[in-house]
Design a protein around this ligand. Structure first.
Ligand SMILES: [Fe+2]
Length: 366
């Protein structure tokens, strides 16, 4: 990638293809003290007030900088590196390659908590691993009540839901969700009925005195890629049919329609939703429904298969952070008479982890 000049025009050359950079694009990026606030990097001028036919008066290209004087009198010195950055995707989270995993995964992405970890390079490594594997576990996180709120807000901002700012996971009388019992929970994604679905779930283990109650994780990315390869018809229908997910309690009715396997604009993996106690398929043609039910049965078999499921016990001080758009989670049953099992959970969104990741990348020049 490089910048070239010809006849008062600026060109961007990449792998043999050369394109002119619009003068307005460059004019919007003038960066002197008169044009940009140094601290916030926000413009001090409104580009929508500029004339559209902005022209370049003078250009000078050196090894590291492009100097431009525009006909309206504005002058700027732009770092070539910054211009090239805008044409590459290296800063995009979606270009962190996902690593598929199944029950054979041995490295559990553990990171030891320290008071200042949120501003350290260690946190950058943890977040990169989060995007690669869809989960990360922090060890030795203080088991103080509500510490999870502190933790979440040190990465970004907590995402409040109808379960509150955070929630206590322990068996309790008259629960409004099966999570608050000692029953086993098959792999599922949380809150598929919310729009948008909370992106990341955190679970902090405060007490775990029971012999059961193992946490389970399944990689929805691995499973759906497997389904695509072996059962393309099933994969296709689950990416096409929007089903209704619903949650009802005494104070709220939440509903959303979405595919069980949602793809992005390029047809690539975006999100899975799976919660077979809460999904309702619309009344469509019998043949299609037959295919849909077979597909749902198959993906349920895969999600519940030993082949894909990680099973492990959270110890007091462990904090599991998992991607609720990619991973399914659950737990095995336990006997509440054996002792206490007490976890606290909350949600944050991707802007929190992305914002922190980019901040640390900038801070440590990574
Ligand atoms: Fe859950």
């Amino acid at each position: 990638m490089k910048i070239e000049l010809k006849d008062k025009k600026v060109f961007f050359e990449n792998k043999g293809s050369k394109k002119e950079i619009h003068p307005f694009w460059l004019r919007e990026r003038v960066n002197g003290d008169d044009f940009v606030d140094k601290r916030t990097q926000q413009r001090l001028f409104d580009p929508t007030g500029l004339k559209e036919n902005i022209e370049i008066d003078h250009l000078n290209l050196s090894k590291d900088f492009l100097e431009i004087t525009f006909k309206d009198g504005a002058y700027t010195k732009l770092a070539i590196e910054n211009i090239l950055k805008e044409f590459s995707n290296i800063n995009e989270i979606k270009f962190i390659d996902k690593i598929k995993w199944d029950s054979t995964l041995e490295d559990f992405n553990n990171f030891e908590f320290k008071d200042n970890i949120f501003e350290e390079q260690e946190m950058y490594k943890a977040l990169i691993n989060f995007y690669k594997y869809g989960f990360v576990i922090f060890k030795k996180v203080p088991t103080r009540n509500n510490f999870i709120v502190n933790f979440a807000n040190s990465i970004g901002s907590i995402r409040r839901t109808n379960f509150g700012e955070f929630f206590d996971v322990k068996s309790k009388p008259n629960p409004n969700d099966l999570a608050y019992t000692s029953l086993p929970l098959a792999p599922h994604t949380d809150n598929p009925y919310r729009k948008p679905v909370p992106c990341i779930q955190m679970l902090h283990c405060i007490e775990n005195e029971v012999s059961g109650g193992y946490s389970t994780l399944v990689d929805g990315y691995t499973v759906t890629q497997e389904l695509k390869k072996k059962f393309p018809d099933y994969y296709k229908i689950l990416t096409e049919i929007k089903v209704r997910f619903q949650f009802i309690d005494q104070s709220v009715v939440l509903e959303d329609w979405a595919e069980m396997i949602q793809l992005d604009e390029n047809g690539e993996f975006k999100q899975v939703r799976f919660s077979p106690r809460l999904d309702f398929v619309p009344l469509i043609d019998r043949d299609k429904l037959e295919l849909y039910y077979s597909a749902r049965k198959k993906i349920s078999e895969l999600y519940n298969s030993d082949k894909y499921r990680l099973e492990f016990k959270l110890s007091p001080g462990d904090l599991l952070m998992m991607d609720n758009h990619r991973l399914l989670h659950g737990r095995t049953t336990y006997d509440a008479n054996e002792g206490n099992r007490f976890l606290q959970g909350c949600y944050i969104d991707y802007d929190s982890t992305e914002g922190k990741l980019k901040h640390l990348k900038r801070k440590f020049n990574l």
